[in-house]
Design a protein around this ligand. Structure first.
Ligand SMILES: Cc1ncc(C[n+]2csc(CCOP(=O)(O)OP(=O)(O)O)c2C)c(N)n1
Ligand code: SF4
Length: 278
């Protein structure tokens, strides 16, 4: 991250961070800060809301008005904040466990409502903070402390889930493809309606070590070698895509009703009707 972005968007007094060497969280947090820079957002009009997890610690390091909430509940907090203060840019930072397990229903319903917030899911395929239990995004067959012989669960494609639920904007990037990730997050923030970015990231400590994936650099190389741009993926078979990560913009809808606007439109209508009755 440039010195300028560190000075303007991180709480230097909270650094050094507590993430393990090689963790992808810093890269994804940096991408969010750069996306905010790119859009020239007013920091006083920008709020970061996170759940609980290694990734969710990012809200403590970012110099905005921030809410570090409870596990899985960042989206309900963000929903309340956005409804009360519609002028704010509200960005949610969440892990794959936080977003897809304990917070899974909140994610689906926020997408269904198409509320104008941006969710960035740091997907490291594992519960990092609690030392490596499998999450709904751990690929089938991979090991975790709670799946020592490999998980038999099928994993979610969270982007498809959120897209099907009605999100205006859905994208996936990786910590390796950081320039693209910055652009995807910027597009997501700029989009009116619910926007979701899955940022595939590496946890060398618990996911990497248990699955013998090598160093953080090896895990980044894996991201590079397994990422397929959306356009190329369109010409590939499901079998060919099995162990690939499709990256880029996956859904970009316009003209969908947005929840906060709909809510205040209704309030105005009801107030108008009551005034007419007086
Ligand atoms: C209600 C509740 N249940 C469980 C926990 C324990 N807990 C803390 S973080 C976490 C999982 C974090 O995993 P993830 O969201 O994937 O984030 P990561 O640490 O990998 O970034 C769990 C289960 C908690 N803090 N609160
Ligand atoms: S446990 Fe994993 S996710 Fe947590 S800080 Fe360490 S490398 Fe990152």
């Amino acid at each position: 991250m440039s010195q300028l972005a560190v000075k303007t968007h991180l709480r230097e007094e909270r650094l050094r961070h507590i993430w393990c060497p090689g963790c992808g969280n810093g890269i994804v947090m940096g991408a969010i800060a750069r996306a905010i820079d790119k859009l020239g957002l007013n920091p006083d009009q920008t709020a970061i809301v996170s759940g609980i997890g290694c990734s969710s610690r990012a809200s403590g390091y970012m110099d905005f008005d921030t809410l570090h909430t409870t596990h899985g509940r960042a989206i309900p907090f963000a929903t309340g904040l956005k409804l009360a203060r519609p002028e704010l840019n509200v960005i949610v930072i969440t892990g794959d466990g936080d977003a897809a397990a304990i917070g899974g229903n909140h994610l689906i319903h926020a997408a269904r409502r198409n509320i104008d917030i941006t969710v960035v899911c740091f997907n490291n395929n594992i519960y990092g903070m609690t030392s490596g239990q499998y999450s709904p995004l751990t690929p089938r067959g991979m090991k975790a402390t709670t799946a020592p012989y490999g998980t038999i669960d099928r994993s979610f494609d969270l982007c498809r889930l959120v897209g099907a639920a009605g999100a205006s904007y859905v994208a996936r990037g990786t910590a390796y493809h950081v320039r693209q990730l910055i652009n995807l997050i910027a597009n997501a923030i700029a989009k009116k309606g619910f926007s979701f970015v899955e940022a595939v990231s590496q946890c060398p400590t618990y996911y990497g070590r248990r699955n013998h994936l090598g160093s953080a650099v090896d895990m980044l190389r894996w991201q590079k070698e397994h990422a397929v741009p959306v356009k190329a993926a369109a010409n590939m078979t499901p079998e060919e895509l099995e162990d690939k990560i499709v990256i880029g913009e996956l859904q970009n809808l316009s003209g969908q009703p947005e929840y906060v606007s709909e809510y205040y439109r209704l309030v105005r209508e009801v107030q108008h009707q009551h005034a007419a009755l007086r």
